[in-house]
Design a protein around this ligand. Sequence first.
Ligand SMILES: [Zn+2]
Length: 167
Amino acid sequence: MSRVRGKDTEPERFVRRLLHQLGYRFRLHRRDLPGRPDIVLPLHRAVILVHGCFWHQHPGCSKATVPKTNSESWETKLNRNVGRDKENIAALRKAGWKVATVWECELTDSKALLSRLSEVLPDLRRRSEHLQALASKLAGVIEGTNLLRAEAASSVVRVRISRQQGK
Ligand SMILES: [Zn+2]
């Protein structure tokens, strides 16, 4: 049940898109690794887990509450999730994988997200700076073409005015 729930969530897709934009190659839900981790980057020997704050009980997070009705069975269930996560992470690390956990509530904070991901992807900052530089260069080119257009338009106007005046 938890496997189905945890697969292909919107937060996970968000992180995948970001990594893809930064040029990373990754595999999803590798069955041969403990807990079938969400995102695996074999080249970097890195695993990224994207966790919902409620289901995985993000420590200190306001979303990590236990429902008041049926609280005992909820607590058992949620504790089981947390225990399983700990076991999986320990097993992955033991097998030589670097593991980062991205929490759902961190996705709206790009600084927190980037620093979380660069724990296991040391070249991530360089890549994102490169991408930003490219974006601003592109913006400069677009602005440049607008300037050229504006100049061309104003010279047409100038020619018209001078013709009218010369008459
Ligand atoms: Zn959280």
